[in-house]
Structures are given as C-alpha cells and as structure tokens.
Design a protein around this ligand. Structure first.
Ligand code: 9YW
Length: 447
C-alpha cells in the first residue's frame, strides 16, 4: 500500500511501522538512510535517526552517534557520508578519493564534505527521551553525552575555523550537498558559474536506477557540476582552507548558519549540565550569537526573508525557498519583523496555500517560478524540515505553532510509506520509500 493515500494509519500503527522501518534499515552499527537509494550513513540523517532510535532503545541510539563520531576527521569535521561496503551508490569512496587526506579517520571510509550541524539537537532530544524512560536509560544517555560533548565541540570549532571566511559571518558551504538541500534553486546562480572541466572523469549515475522517474531527482547537468566540485576538492587534497580558496562554489548558507546557532546554544546548555569546560561553553555561546546576527543581517529589507550569499561574487541570493525562514529557527530578529516573517510562513504563499494536502511549508513556494512539485528540493515537502521548525518553535515557546506543525506533519505521512519527500498537493511519496529519517521524526512526533 506504499503511497496509497486511501490508506490512513492511526497514530499507534504509524509509530509501529516507523519502528519497523528503522529496524529493517539497521545493519547493527548504523541505520542506512534508506533501504536501496542510500545504503550508507549520512551525517544529518544519523542525527535524526538516533533521536528516533531513542524511543526504541537508548543504547542503540547512542551506538548510532558513536558510529558517526568514530568517522569524525582528525581536524574535527564530521563527514557527510560514512560508507558501508555497499557499492550500489555513486559517488562512492573511490571517487571521493579521501583516502589520501592526511586528516581522515582510521578504519572507515567517508566522503570529504560535511552537512548541517544538527547533532547537538539530537543529543538534547536523546537525553530528554532517556530521562523519561528509566534511571538506567538516563545514565546511559548522560555518560554518552559526557563522552560525546568534546567531539561535538570540536566539530563546531572546525566550522568556525574553516567555514566562516568572510565578514558576513555566515557559515560557508563548498558544495550544494553540504546544505542537505542538494538541488534547491538557492544554488542555481552559484552553480551556473561552476563549469565542469573537459577532464571531468566519466561516471554513471546509479540514483536513477533506484528512482524510476528522473523528474524526481536532480538533472544530469546538475550532477556534472556536483562531480566537478568533488574533483576540485580532490585536487586540493581535502585541505579545508585550500578547498575554500579553490572551490568554484562558495556560498554563505543561511539555513546552515541558523542551525549552527541553534545547535551551538543547545550544546552550550548540555555543557552546563555536564560541567564541561567553562571557556568552551562561553565560546559556543559567542559563536551562536555571531551566527544569529549573521542570519538577521542577511534578511531582505522589504520581504524580511533571509538570504544566502554568493561569497565568490559578493552577492545576495534572493530565491524564495524555505531557507528564507531561517531566522525563525534561531531568533535574533526585532519583534515586528519576526511577526511579519511568521505571517508569511502561515500565508497562502507558504503553509497556508489552499491546495496543500498538509499545511506544512514546501521546500519552495508554489507561487515561485522556481517551483516544481515533484523535483526533490525544488518544491516537495520534507518531513525533517517540518520537524526542525516545529522543534525550534517549541524551544521558543510557540507551542501552538509547534503542535500544528506536528499534527500536519503526521497528516502528511499518515499513508505509512515514509517517503523521502512528498508532492505537496496530492501527498504522493517521492524518491525513496521507507526513508529512515522520515520514520525517525514520525516516532518523535508520536511518542
Ligand atoms: C543524494 C540522505 C541524503 C540527505 C540529503 C538529501 C539526499 C543524497 O539524501 O542526498 O545522493 O542525493 O538531499 O539531505 O542527507 O537522506
């Protein structure tokens, strides 16, 4: 019945199915991002997955993050993919060529870029869940937090040292994949300037074998640019500063910056509880404040929407996507400006669009000329994005808005297919089904 909107699971059954998805995708030490399309561990997926696992088994949740942290690079970067031995995914570790990077981790192969730093948020959630279940679970989660805190601190420090290259204070990405929103129209302009060299080694896409309709995935032209950027990084030996100097793509990502602010404050709060070094906690709070200010500074003077910045060309990028609402994740706006942004989010241009099956924001406004209801990050709704906004709203004390997002998010996924993303008008699941992070956020919404 996957994808049949006539089927509608009640909450308890939906939660049970979500648990089965995580179990079926579990290879023991990591839960793959999806059964076939993504047979490896992805960094920000692992954060959400661990949070979902905590409802089933706190020990297993901790093991998930341990697996991810065991792949942390020696300089602090948490890589975006931790590879299993499965060879059905492209680009795999040979194409990445990270084995030659001196700072790579021992005993595990990874990609050479990163993804949004949501891990401290997951750790916070695991601690809360564990404290509700039993004393033993609470102790397990707390002793893990004590072990993991300094690794997460080093991860945040890596971002500050290597990915805040200009006065805007935004966190820079060197590949659209680092944003987690691979082919979002946010990146169209900077990608247009990435010109694949004639010496781009040939390759065959494997994603299209798993997803029948190429209209749900990025285009071949986009893929050439993705692969060219990897080629440039290989040639820079994955030296983080050399990569920032040479990459054809260098963009201040406002959504990642907002998550960095939120996660840095969250990690500081956990540090307070654990008695982590005071100097490091204070640094995290300073980094959070700086990032929050950068997000606020990026806002368009009329629309109030936050903007990414093309750092190569020194230009703001004003495409109308979900990332425009980044300031709502981390705060930092004046009250009236913030109220205006919330109204925009709830308006018919966004979650309040009358034709949506579920009133949660699509990745691009249906009113935008960039909107494509089926193609990946160019229109579909992504449950994890709804989860992030809902969680942030709860932190900020906006309980009503948080519970509306939760209820509507559950409505979106109630067909029980655990789609990777959803067509916003019909609710048809797209990309992969039984996608792990979708199952994980469903568990968090329902448990
Ligand atoms: C790809 C695993 C990943 C997510 C990304 C998403 C997609 C991988 O899947 O990228 O090959 O297209 O864009 O955010 O982490 O779920």
């Amino acid at each position: 019945a996957a994808g049949n909107r006539a089927v509608h699971y009640q909450p308890a059954n939906l939660a049970a199915r979500a648990a089965l998805v995580l179990r079926d995708n579990d290879n023991g030490n990591l839960v793959t991002a999806s059964p076939k399309l993504y047979p490896h561990m992805w960094s920000w997926d692992a954060a959400f997955i661990s949070m979902g696992l905590a409802y089933l088994d706190v020990g297993r949740a901790v093991r998930e993050l341990d697996t991810l942290l065991s792949a942390q690079w020696r300089d602090g970067m948490i890589p975006h993919i931790v590879f299993t031995s499965d060879t059905d995914y492209f680009p795999g570790p040979d194409r990445w060529g990270t084995d030659l990077a001196p700072q790579r981790p021992d005993g595990v192969r990874t990609s050479g870029i990163c993804q949004p730093p949501v891990h401290a948020i997951a750790l916070r959630r695991i601690l809360e869940t564990a404290r509700k279940t039993s004393q033993a679970d609470a102790e397990l989660a707390e002793s893990f937090a004590e072990r993991a805190w300094s690794s997460l601190y080093r991860w945040h420090r890596w971002i500050v040292r290597h990915r805040m290259p200009d006065a805007s204070g935004l966190v820079a990405i060197v590949h659209g994949w680092e944003s987690g929103m691979d082919n979002s129209p946010r990146w169209d302009e900077p990608y247009a300037a990435v010109l694949p060299g004639a010496d781009l080694p040939p390759y065959v896409r494997l994603d299209l074998l798993q997803v029948g309709d190429p209209g749900e995935r990025p285009s071949d032209d986009e893929y050439d640019r993705y692969l060219w950027l990897i080629e440039q990084m290989r040639r820079a030996d994955y030296n983080p500063d050399k990569v920032v100097q040479t990459s054809g793509f260098l963009v201040g990502d406002v959504f990642t910056t907002a998550l960095f602010a939120l996660a840095s404050d969250t990690l500081a709060g956990i540090g307070d509880e654990l008695g982590a070094p005071e100097g490091e906690i204070a640094e995290l709070r300073r980094w959070a404040a700086r990032a929050r200010a950068a997000v606020a500074m990026s806002c368009h003077p009329e629309t109030g929407m936050a903007r990414d910045r093309d750092m190569r060309r020194g230009r703001w990028l004003a495409t109308e996507t979900i990332a425009g609402f980044s300031p709502l994740l981390c705060g930092g706006l004046a009250h009236e400006v913030e109220q205006q942004l919330i109204s925009t989010l709830d308006s018919p241009r966004w979650s309040g669009h009358p034709d949506l099956l579920a009133a949660v924001p699509p990745s691009v406004s249906p009113e935008s000329e960039d909107f494509d209801s089926r193609r990946y990050w160019r229109g579909p709704q992504w449950p994890v994005i709804t989860w992030l906004f809902g969680w942030a709203f709860e932190q900020r004390g906006w309980q009503r808005h948080a519970s509306e997002f939760r209820a509507q998010g559950v409505h979106l996924v109630s067909d029980g297919s655990f789609g990777e993303y959803y067509e916003p008008f019909t609710g048809k699941p797209l990309g992969s089904t039984n996608q792990s992070w979708t199952a994980a956020v469903v568990l968090d919404w329902l448990c």
